[in-house]
Structure formats: C-alpha cells, structure tokens
Design a protein around this ligand. Sequence first.
Ligand SMILES: Cc1ncc(COP(=O)(O)O)c(C=O)c1O
Length: 430
Amino acid sequence: MTFSQFGKQLTGSSGIVDLMEDLGQALNQNPDMLFLGGGNPAHIDAFESCIAQHLTAFAQTPEQLHKLVGVYQSPRGNETCIDELVSYLKQRLDWPVRSKNIALANGSQSAFFVLINMLAGHFDSSSRGSVKKICFPMMPEYLGYSDQGIADDMFCGYRPKLALMGEHQFKYTIDFDQLTERDDIAAYCVSRPTNPTGNLITDNEMEKLSQLARQQGKPLIVDCAYGLPFPGLVYEKATLPWDDNTIYVLSLSKLGLPGVRTGIVVGNEQLITNFVAANTILSLANGNLGPMLLTELLKAQQLDYLMEKVLLPFYLAKRALMLQQLETQLQGLSYRLHKSEGAFFVWLWLPDLPISSHELYLRLKARGVLIMAGEHFFFGLDSAWQHAQQCIRLNFCQSQEVIVKAIAILADELKNLTEAKKKTAKKLGV
Ligand SMILES: Cc1ncc(COP(=O)(O)O)c(C=O)c1O
C-alpha cells in the first residue's frame, strides 16, 4: 500500500505516538512499570466519586440519558454547556465573552490539529510555495504539537534564557530579543503552565507577548491545559486577561477527565466560526459526555470547589514529595530542577549527563522506570543544543511508593553513569 504525503506525515515515526504507547503499556497492560512518563493526570477518589454521582444521575434520567447517547451535538457544541461556560468565564476571569466566542472539540489535541493547520502551512493552492509556521517563543514545548502539521517544516521556536537560582534550581524565560518580525510566522503558541517544564510564563511576559503578536498582526495561541481557568494547577500568582487576538485552548483532561476527550476553544467570533466549520468536517460532532459533565459541575458550582479543595492540595502534596525525594536521593550529583510553578511535572536538568536523555530513558525503561526524555520537546529549534540532551521530565501523579522507588532507581543509574565517566576520565588521564 502506498500513502499520500498526508498519509506519510501521519504514519511516520512520532514522539507523541511513542509516548502514548509507553503510557498505554504502563497504565493498561503492565502495571508493574514505575510510571513517571506521559501526561496522564492522577487518580483522585474524591474527584471521581463526584463524577460518579453525575453519571448515575444521567443513567437514571431518561431525558439526560438520551441526550448523552442518542443525539449528535450541534456543530459549535452543547449549547447549555457553552452558556454555562460564558457565565463562568465572565465571573472567574472577567472575560467579555458570548456564546459565539466558544467552540467545543473532541479533546484539545484535535482542536490543535485544526488550529495549527488552519493558521499555518501553505498559503497558495500549488502547495509548492513557502510554508508559514507556528512559532514557539520559548522551547521546550509540548511534544504533541510537533507532528500535527500537514505540511513539512511547520514549526519554529527559540531557545529560552536561563536564570540559575541557588545551587539546584533554574528557570526559563522568554528571550524577547529573538522575536523579531518574520514573514514566515503565521501565529505564536505557548502552553501555560508549560508542558514539559512546569514553567509559568509570567503575567509580564504574557502581556509583552500579546502586544508583540498584535503588533505583528499574528494570533497568539495559549494552551491552558494545566492552568487557568481550569484545572488551575498553578503554584504561583497568575492572571489570564482577555485579548481578542488570543486563542485560548482549554481542556477537561487534566481535571481528571482525559477519557471524555473534551477540548474548548475560546477566541474572537470570526476565528470560532471558522474553527467550527473545520471541526465539523473532521469530527461531524463532539462527544456528549464531557460537555454534559462540565455543565453539571458548573451548574452545581462544584468546579471551583474541586479545583481549590481537592486537586490543588493533592498536587501540591505530590509535588512536595517528588521534590523532597529528588533532593534527598540526588545528593552529590550535578543537577538542577526547573522552578516548579505549575502542571504536574518536574523538569530535571543534568548538566554532566554523559549520555543523551533518550539513552537515559532507554536504560531506565530496562529497569522498569518510565520517564520522558527531554530532547523531544525541543522540536522547534533549527540548530542542535546540548542542553536538550541533558533534561528529563518526571510526572508526579503516581503513588508515594512508585515515586520513591522510581527516584531511587533514577539516582542509582545517574550515580553509575557518573562513576563510569570518572573511571574513563582517569584511564584517559584527564
Ligand atoms: C500542553 C498540552 N496541551 C494539550 C494536550 C492535549 O490534551 P487533550 O487532547 O487530552 O485535551 C496535552 C496532553 O497531554 C498537553 O500536555
């Protein structure tokens, strides 16, 4: 069988497919694997029992049940859910939005597929002309964007500035000097908090970025999967002002609902109308479960309660455990952690790592620990950067037992590598 260019694009090797294979193996087939890999949120009983109550109510109310399984949603998405969202976004973020500013999608991943290819790619019908790109002002960025472009070479990105803090911390910031106007850029995109680093682009940086995007006449996409308005996994003060040149992409996944596949796009009316048309061609309609659950959580005013009283304390405790384990077990090793400001990842920089982060991933996998190699998250850079080979991402959603065991194995592997490096250096007399 031969495949078209589009077919080849989507069937070639892909970081996100490998990541989801690992995740599927660890979470569904081989539960003994110590999983600090993909982006699955934690299992939180209190959250799931609240969801269970709503599911029971759906099943027991014939009219609700029919809405859940027996009808296609209209193209923009479940109207009641969108109306509830309008009130919520007005009240929580003071956004001047109407229902025409919102569209639903089957997960934010597929919303991104539409947005990326709607805004960037070839701008003439010959498909031979130059390609306009999605630009990431600060790499590393979410790996899941990297294979979504249907033309070649649809992404570009810039290295961040590194601010070193104390002996074992650092933070990336946007290097605005690099963001000069370029004809080949169609739109800017950031995830906030950032997957993989847990960095929270500051309010000040966001303001500068949105001004710059507006001045250059390019939209700015803000991926809010982990942040405001929900699930609110931010550990620093942050705001998210409305800007009609910005496209906000929200998701229910990191609240604890990755299985319902619901994404939400909020933007100016023209953008949303076009998004809805493209999404309907691709998906026909969105699934009903996520929007119906969100409607109930909003109507019952449970969403903020769950975020503030259930999710945030849970993730803060996990984060504290992970940071404490790393601090204890990595003693004597050369390492720095990105300041943990949001999401549920820790980004570990190993400046003296003698192998690539991918090789470290393979060695740890062989010992039953899954992590994410950092190098895949630098896909937008046009030149090699050694730093990219020296970082790994650790998910801290798992049980205390898993985190403690996995970090012990990681520390042991790093100590072995350091010893081996020292021995080789001694042999060579350096
Ligand atoms: C930054 C970011 N954006 C988007 C997604 C896609 O999420 P979903 O399609 O489940 O909404 C993910 C998933 O891990 C993510 O980490």
